[in-house]
Design a protein around this ligand. Structure first.
Ligand SMILES: *Cc1c(COP(=O)(O)O)cnc(C)c1O
Length: 420
């Protein structure tokens, strides 16, 4: 008989935790400890052999607890639970999304290598790529979401460094306009430049859609990274990150994490486990609210254009195709062009009462911001034009409030814009 498999949302309260190891506590306690006592010296020796890769782990052997920079129950249980959503072999949690991202970039790139990455990426990622990696002699090629596979391959060939391509790094949907990048196409580009047997890794920042609404590993990605500060944490009260992938890739990531020491602490691990219990209900409610918010904006005379995965224009067959292939939901991020430039956008933002004026996304409370002067202030004019980041653009992260209250708030703020 085939074994019955519970769904991830049913496992978030219990998976990977044994109450009998913690005095029967139903919840995993916070293991606020730096080090762990070995029963005997032989045990300490055996744990270190595995931790430092001096020998393979035995078939039924669990990696013993040594020291909280290497492992801690609050992180290990969280990592096991987080792996379920993406169907990954393993996961590593970090003290921020940026530390997950910079660790991936450092592990898979060395001086003289070529990195292919999509623009726009998150501002911090873009800064790390352009100001830190270049200092270390890594060469860069970027592409925009609307470019074809042939154009991107040509761009790489034009550098004369195709044989040095060592990593492909993308973010889809692109922030803030929700333009999708085809993950399978990026796999094909990586494979096009592969020499010999070894794959060129493809890493996807899945913060905008994950871990529920898009599963990059199923479309040819090797690594998935998250700012767990966003949907995974979901309450605007913790900064954290995660990276997921195959056992081989994750062994490298966890190795570098041990020596950079940028793992999350036990308290962060505990908070994220608590957040995972409600992840699905939160995200479903956010996506449902976003459908109605986007429709209201689409119908409003002061709004020119809505950028939302549920409103991809009929004639944009390419984007529709990618959406069908790799997205399981229209998400909860909505951007729109308001008439009247920065002045109107600011008036709208200042007038909101329930929705908070703040950057970040994916949390229980709805947030609004102005990408051109806030999250994307650093993006050059040419890229801003190519991406549609104008003075008119406002970005919303839709939360779990009652949708009628959200629409009421947006409506009253737009009414004020009329009175400029
Ligand atoms: C917020 C964010 C990051 C950075 O994460 P931190 O947790 O703030 O370090 C990276 N990528 C995306 C898409 C983000 O939204």
């Amino acid at each position: 008989m085939e074994e019955y498999k519970n769904r991830p949302e049913s496992l978030m309260m219990s998976y990977g935790y044994k109450p009998e190891l913690s005095e029967g506590a139903i919840k995993c306690p916070i293991f606020q400890t730096s080090t762990f006592v070995f029963k005997r010296a032989e045990e300490g020796k055996a744990f270190f052999e595995v931790a430092y890769g001096l020998r393979e782990k035995g078939h039924d052997e669990e990696l013993g607890l040594i020291y909280s920079r290497l492992n801690n129950p609050d992180l290990e249980i969280l990592e096991n639970r987080l792996s379920l959503w993406d169907g990954a072999d393993d996961c590593a949690v970090f003290e921020s999304g940026m530390s997950a991202i910079s660790t991936v970039l450092m592990e898979f790139l060395k001086p003289g290598d070529l990195l292919l990455y999509s623009s726009p990426t998150y501002g911090g990622t873009d800064h790390f790529i352009n100001h830190v990696l270049t200092k270390w002699g890594v060469k860069l090629v970027n592409f925009f979401p609307n470019q074809s596979k042939e154009e991107i391959i040509q761009k790489i060939e034009d550098t004369g460094m195709g044989d040095k391509l060592a990593l492909v790094y993308i973010e889809t949907p692109a922030n803030p306009t929700n333009t999708l990048i085809d993950i399978e196409m990026c796999r094909e580009i990586a494979d096009h430049f592969k020499e010999g047997e070894e794959r060129i890794p493809l890493a996807v920042d899945n913060t905008y859609m994950g871990p529920l609404w898009q599963h990059p590993l199923k479309h040819g990605a090797d690594l998935v990274v998250y700012s767990a500060t966003k949907y995974i944490g979901g309450h605007s009260d913790v900064i954290a990150g995660a990276c997921l992938g195959s056992s081989e890739h994750m062994a490298r990531i966890k190795g570098l994490r041990t020596f950079l020491g940028n793992m999350a602490g036990p308290w962060t691990g505990w908070l994220l486990m608590r957040s995972l219990e409600t992840l699905k209900v939160r995200m479903e409610r956010q996506a449902k609210n976003a459908v109605e918010v986007a429709q209201f904006l689409e119908d409003h005379p002061k709004v020119d254009k809505v950028y939302y995965l549920g409103l991809i224009p009929e004639d944009d067959k390419g984007q529709k195709e990618i959406f069908k292939k790799q997205c399981k939901s229209t998400g909860a991020m909505v951007a729109f062009d308001i008439q009247g430039g920065e002045k109107a956008a600011f008036k709208f933002l200042n007038q909101l009462k329930l929705i908070k004026l703040a950057v970040s996304l994916g949390s229980t409370e709805s947030l609004a911001e102005h990408p051109a002067t806030m999250t994307h202030a650093d993006v050059g004019k040419e890229a801003k034009d190519a991406l549609g980041i104008s003075e008119n653009l406002v970005r919303l992260s839709v939360g779990v409030e009652h949708v009628d209250d959200l629409i009421h708030d947006i409506k009253q703020a737009l009414d004020e814009v009329k009175n400029l």
